[in-house]
Design a protein around this ligand. Structure first.
Ligand code: PLP
Length: 394
């Protein structure tokens, strides 16, 4: 890139940064926990309340449901799916509950899961032993990722479902989800990907990846805050599954309010997995956040992330902070972890200095996004170094 082009690209990123007021006060470096709040999201939530006030219940059947459909289409386009393949939930947990209710575990009891998954995915199947579920637990050799060989050894014709993360929340490592899908399918099993830590910051095409289910949500890299999660269900798969955990939004003719037949007619596509009344305020926020991601483009976001992560890794290495990174940095998304004995103490000491990062057991997590700068990376590294010198961050 010429110097001129680099300057104009940086000017564009700085213009986006100005949409996030938190940077006037803090060095915010925790998008893997919660994406920063933008002025656009604030305005979208105001629109939701204005419509509520102006129209009362009429807001429901008009703009509120329309907004939900716009969100569905926008999200679908982001992951290379069609709108019919996307269901909307208030959390990933509720999406997983619906998916888990589809299967007959007597014929295929096994669910393959690694110890690096986010707890909610593990808990979902850990609590289903009474339905016949047998968990196949995979260990991580390096605490960073799970080897495909270990999946290969675990998956067999007794496997119902292979569940894996696209990006591991405690290491930032990127998993090869297309390989997981191929492996699951070669044994007649389904593949479900938890992509909460990837959608937004990494380009994903669900069709090319071949996964059957994918879950994610608005909290982090989609900039929409809490209250909206998404479930993608591959078209060919949705048609043959009948979740037992459903609500009235999963009915083919939900607004007929007709229960006299006592028959449940499943909606087409992924909608058949949906539950009850959605969180409309969160849908407004979710769409506004998603709009920023869409406007910038995921390829550009990834390129920016790679640049910031390289600066961060180099600065952390120079300062002797012992970052956990793979040899090939392309295998890492926007989460850098530093092993620390008392990570919570480090996080609160940094917060007192205006630097917001996050902890997980034994680690602090640093996660830049496009609105951060190389100077932010240096500032965070400097703050951790200063703490080490003062004896807090060991
Ligand atoms: C990888 C991953 N999966 C799932 C979740 C959240 O799931 P839920 O929406 O059920 O709270 C998170 C973060 O909060 C996450 O990092």
């Amino acid at each position: 890139m010429s110097e001129r082009a680099a300057v104009s690209a940086e000017t564009r990123w700085l213009a986006y940064r100005q949409e996030f007021p938190i940077f006037e006060r803090l060095t915010y470096f925790n998008s893997c926990s919660l994406g920063a709040l933008s002025a656009r999201v604030v305005a979208a939530i105001a629109t939701f309340t204005e419509l509520w006030d102006a129209r009362g219940a009429a807001a429901w059947y008009g703009p509120w449901l329309e907004e939900s459909e716009h969100l569905r289409s926008r999200f679908a386009a982001l992951i290379g799916a069609s709108a019919e393949e996307v269901a909307i939930f208030p959390s990933v947990t509720s999406a997983l509950t619906s998916v888990a209710s589809c299967f007959d575990y007597r014929s295929r009891p096994r669910v393959v899961l690694s110890e690096l998954e986010f707890p909610t995915t593990v808990y979902q199947w850990l609590t289903k032993a009474s339905l016949g579920v047998q968990l196949q637990r995979l260990r991580s050799q390096d605490r960073m990722t799970v080897a495909l060989d270990d999946y290969e050894r675990a998956v067999d014709p007794r496997t119902q479902l292979v569940v894996g993360s696209h990006v591991y929340f405690t290491s930032g490592m990127i998993q090869d989800v297309a390989a997981l899908a191929r492996l699951a399918h070669s044994h007649g099993a389904y593949c479900l990907i938890d992509a909460y830590q990837s959608i937004g910051q990494l380009p994903v095409n669900v069709r090319e990846a071949g996964v059957d289910f994918l879950v994610t949500g608005g909290l982090k890299w989609l900039l929409g805050g809490p209250g909206v999660a998404y479930l993608y269900v591959r078209r060919e798969v949705a048609g043959r599954l009948q979740p037992s955990d459903v609500g009235w939004f999963a009915h083919r003719r939900q607004f007929d309010f007709d229960i006299t037949t006592f028959e449940f007619e499943y909606a087409e596509g992924a909608r058949r997995f949906e539950g009850g009344t959605p969180s409309v305020a969160a849908i407004y926020a979710g769409r506004a956040g998603l709009e920023i991601v869409r406007e910038i483009g995921v390829e550009a976001l990834r390129a920016r992330q790679v640049e910031l992560m390289r600066s961060l890794v180099e600065a952390a290495r120079r300062a002797g902070l012992r970052p956990r990174v793979p040899q090939d940095l392309n295998r890492l998304a926007g989460i850098l972890t530093l092993p620390r004995q008392d990570p919570r103490r480090v996080v609160s000491a940094l917060a007192e200095r205006g630097v917001v990062v996050d902890s997980r057991p034994g680690l602090i997590r640093l996660s830049p996004y496009f609105y951060n700068t190389v100077e932010d990376c240096d500032r965070v590294v400097q703050a951790v170094t200063d703490l080490e010198r003062s004896g807090v961050a060991s």
